[in-house]
Design a protein. Structure first.
Length: 565
């Protein structure tokens, strides 16, 4: 009997968290600078840094718009809302299980239906997948690292939530794959005790909760949610033995363990961009665009100041000309005419000439804006302003765009969609939402293939290739009719259906199709045999009639000859 692995104690978790904090500290200053310009939240003041003087305002929304467009572009490339964007792949699993790689018809139909079943769960509004994915794309573009939690609601299925990176600490295994996430959040004491009754086992928390006036019931308690690999974990075992441990502690109160559980698969998806050696966190595209964003913010301030000095320039007024001058509508400004001397009021009150060239600043701002678009790879969204833009040019830009995004998606897909697929499949299995697998697929590990818009574009090219192949086959069949037998007509039809985005219900399953094909072949053979038999019977009938006709046409002997005989 395998012994239950010993749980990590409170002090071990705190030491591990301290190490993870130290690793993340090198990125936090960078993240704050990026957040100031690309993701301002509560106010539009750039956070002050000690010794940096008075904080400056955020004057332009261009960096935020560029990041938002990048996030929309990334989500659009990852997800097609009309069809599955990830598909199960069992090729390696079949090899590891020592089974044949070519799928039988039952297994192929099962995998097709599984992909659509998971897609339906992703797209349900209550699952909150799309809002979570959009937030993940924003933080991924800004900071190079994003975190998505895949939870389970009993009796319903998987739920998806983004976790703010500022409240998460991560670590990786020997293969540079994220396998540890610590997430800090707050709960009111009353809600904490209701959700985690073990909190009352801690003397300090119990003392706060049992306060007679209940003033502390609304006190916010910081909670640390920890997911990490469990040594000696057992897949499929009870929660306390599963490969990934879940510990929830109130880390500000010594020994306040609130809950312990576990998961068979890692419940976090942590995509990263621009991973550098020696640090588990990525680097976002906003870091590349940050110098231009800072310069653009400063230039926007200067340009607005220059425009303001021209719209409402400062004025020269002689000392003591007016006691309390005012520019309010209809207000009378009284002056002493003796102070004018031989000059007029028009000569005494003068505008200060505004210097500088606002146009140069506007041109420079345009350049900085284009540089930010280039950094986020969204410059292709703008076509040339000339009126002679052709359809060929648009198609070429689309093709180049598809090619350019392949590398970006490869960096995101594995750590995002692959993990989401594993966890979603696990939750749906636990909820009984997936039927029993065919014999060939039982106990086989599942991997996931990207099937988003880029894959769809490639399938469209394959569809065009199949069309050309069918045309060529038809021409060759005129010379050699048996050549058409080399074409897998059913697979051509299924590939075309997949490329066009048709749901699996449009075509019969492979098993039903094969049965129907065999039935029709049997009917054709019976019809052919009946036709042959009918043709043979007609031939025999015609032959009998011919013999009878010949016998009737033969000359009859005369009466005398008959008597002689």
């Amino acid at each position: 009997m395998k012994l239950r692995p010993e749980p990590r104690d409170f002090d071990w978790i705190m030491r591990r968290w301290a190490d993870m904090k130290q690793v993340r500290q090198h990125r936090e200053t960078e993240w704050q600078m990026i957040a100031d310009y690309f993701l301002p939240r509560k106010n539009f003041l750039v956070q002050s840094v000690k010794g940096a003087g008075v904080p400056r305002r955020v004057m332009t929304s261009k960096p935020q718009m560029a990041l938002g467009r990048f996030a929309g572009m990334l989500v659009g490339y990852l997800v097609d809302p009309t069809r599955p964007f990830i598909k199960p792949n069992v090729s390696q699993g079949l090899v590891n299980a020592g089974r044949r790689i070519d799928l039988d018809r039952d297994s192929a139909d099962y995998l097709d239906n599984l992909g659509w079943s998971m897609f339906d769960r992703f797209m349900l509004p209550k699952a909150r997948f799309m809002p979570a994915l959009n937030q993940v794309a924003l933080e991924l573009g800004a900071f190079g690292t994003a975190v998505m939690w895949v939870g389970r609601k009993r009796g319903w299925g998987p739920r998806y939530m983004s976790r703010p990176l500022r409240a998460c600490w991560i670590d990786v295994d020997d293969n540079d794959v994220v396998d540890t996430v610590f997430y800090e959040f707050e709960l009111p004491l009353e809600l904490l005790v209701g959700r985690y009754p073990k909190a009352l086992q801690n003397p300090d928390l119990k003392k706060l909760y049992e306060d007679k006036d209940k003033k502390n019931h609304t006190k916010k308690i910081k909670v640390l949610h920890c997911i990490y690999p469990r040594e000696g974990g057992e897949a499929g075992g009870i929660a306390e033995r599963k490969p990934y441990a879940e510990r929830i502690i109130a880390h500000e109160y010594k020994g306040a363990d609130l809950s312990e559980s576990g998961y068979d698969s890692f419940p976090y998806a942590v995509p990263r961009l621009g991973i550098s050696e020696g640090n588990p966190y990525g680097q976002g595209l906003a870091w590349i665009a940050l110098p231009s964003a800072i310069s653009l913010n400063r230039m926007q301030d200067l340009v607005e100041y220059g425009i303001g000095t021209r719209v409402a320039p400062p004025m020269f007024v002689p000392t003591r000309l007016f006691k309390q001058p005012s520019r309010d509508l209809g207000y009378f400004n009284y002056y002493d005419p003796k102070l004018l001397g031989f000059s007029s009021l028009k000569d005494l009150v003068q505008y200060m000439p505004a210097g500088g060239d606002v146009g140069i600043g506007v041109d420079w701002m345009r350049y900085l804006s284009e540089h930010i678009d280039d950094a986020f790879n969204i410059d292709w969204m703008k076509l040339r302003e000339a009126g002679n833009v052709t359809a060929e040019e648009i198609a070429e830009r689309r093709s180049l765009r598809m090619t350019a995004q392949t590398g970006l998606l490869a960096a995101v897909d594995r750590d995002l969609m692959g993990v989401l697929g594993d966890r979603t499949l696990e939750v749906m299995s636990e909820e009984g939402m997936i039927g029993e697998a065919p014999q060939q697929l039982r106990g086989v590990d599942v991997d996931w293939d990207y099937a988003g818009p880029l894959a769809i574009a490639q399938q469209r090219n394959q569809y065009q290739a199949v069309q050309s192949l069918i045309d060529i086959t038809a021409k060759i069949a005129q010379i050699e009719p048996d050549a058409a037998a080399a074409l897998q007509v059913e697979e051509c039809l299924r590939l075309a259906s997949e490329a066009l985005g048709a749901p699996p219900t449009v075509l019969e399953s492979r098993v039903v199709y094969q049965e129907e094909l065999q039935r029709r072949r049997a009917l054709r053979e019976q019809a052919q045999q009946a036709q042959i038999a009918q043709a043979g019977g007609a031939a025999m009938r015609d032959a009998s009639q011919g013999v009878a006709t010949m016998a009737q046409a033969a000359p009859q002997p005369s009466m005398g000859m008959a008597m002689a005989a």
